[in-house]
Design a protein around this ligand. Structure first.
Ligand code: ATR
Length: 266
């Protein structure tokens, strides 16, 4: 039997186990997917132990994505992002991937949104914003980054080719000219607030929210009320899992099955 899992702290409420177990069942793969709540002071030991135990693959969540990046050999594209959320334990050693980044792009594709040559605004400058900003840039978008602490937006923009950093006071003006606006802040997480001014939305925007609790955030309901297209945070979660499954197994993931399993647990 193959063994996969998610490593993080905390992980007890993770939605990854039902999503991956549904995928393994659908493909008739004899595998288990378990949760590992690792001690942050012993994370490197935990990764080495997983390798030594013959664990086949790990999903890595907060706060260990940078530790995973240092542990697993990342490819060139991921080297820029500085975070790994998927480890494949191969015969040649552990290899790191960032399916948060590639998964978000697949979530847009799934919604028939082509990011090439769009003007995309990323709100936030933390880990989620990094994955989105590099992902959008990779997809050929012109990236603007707006953050409450403007200096962090400038710092991130300096790393992303062609990107520009702003404070949140510029957000309304940025949205007026944008095609895509993505919330990568924690604003709206279990609260009825939005980081974006309600009157800045218009029908030519696509709104994406990395927050998925609740699924219908204020950010997305304001966007929908103005006629904008919306993509909720569960799509990012789904497609990062789809990317992990495909990396580990080399098979096309059963996207509908995984989506059903995920949404039935939200
Ligand atoms: P993650 O790694 O999940 O992205 P993070 O690194 O803690 O989390 O980043 C949180 C993001 O949400 C930051 O961009 C933060 O802005 P600051 O850099 O100014 O702290 C943003 N954020 C959190 N609370 C916010 C609020 N009330 N208003 C605006 N932005 C907020």
């Amino acid at each position: 039997m193959d063994v996969y899992g998610i490593i993080g702290n905390p992980v007890e409420h993770s939605l990854s186990p039902p999503m991956h177990e549904a995928a393994f069942r659908e493909h008739g793969i004899d595998a288990k997917y378990v949760t590992f709540e690792a001690d942050p002071d012993r994370i490197e030991e935990a990764f080495r132990g997983a390798d030594a135990l013959g664990i086949d693959g790990l999903t890595v969540t907060l706060p260990f994505k940078h530790d995973a990046f240092e542990f697993a050999e990342p490819d060139e594209q991921i080297r820029r992002v500085g975070a790994v959320n998927t480890i494949d334990f191969t015969e040649n050693g552990p290899v790191g991937y960032n399916t948060d980044m590639t998964g978000t792009l697949r979530a847009f594709e799934h919604h028939d949104v082509n990011l090439k040559d769009t003007r995309a605004v990323v709100v936030g400058a933390g880990g989620a914003a990094r994955a989105l900003a590099f992902g959008f840039e990779d997809a050929g978008a012109d990236v603007q980054i707006a953050n409450r602490t403007a200096s962090k937006a400038h710092d991130l923009a300096d790393e992303v080719p062609g990107a520009t950093g702003h404070g949140l006071e510029d957000l309304s003006d940025l949205m007026a000219d944008a095609d895509v606006v993505a919330n990568a802040t924690s604003v709206g997480l279990e609260s009825d607030e939005s980081v974006a001014p309600a009157d800045a939305w218009h029908r030519d925007l696509v709104a994406f929210d990395a927050v998925y609790k609740p699924l219908e955030t204020r950010f997305l309901t304001d966007a929908a009320a103005a006629g904008a297209q919306t993509i909720d945070g569960a799509w990012m979660l789904l497609f990062q899992g789809v990317g992990a499954f495909e990396t580990w197994t080399g098979e096309d993931a059963p996207v509908e099955t995984m989506n059903g399993a995920l949404r039935s647990h939200l």
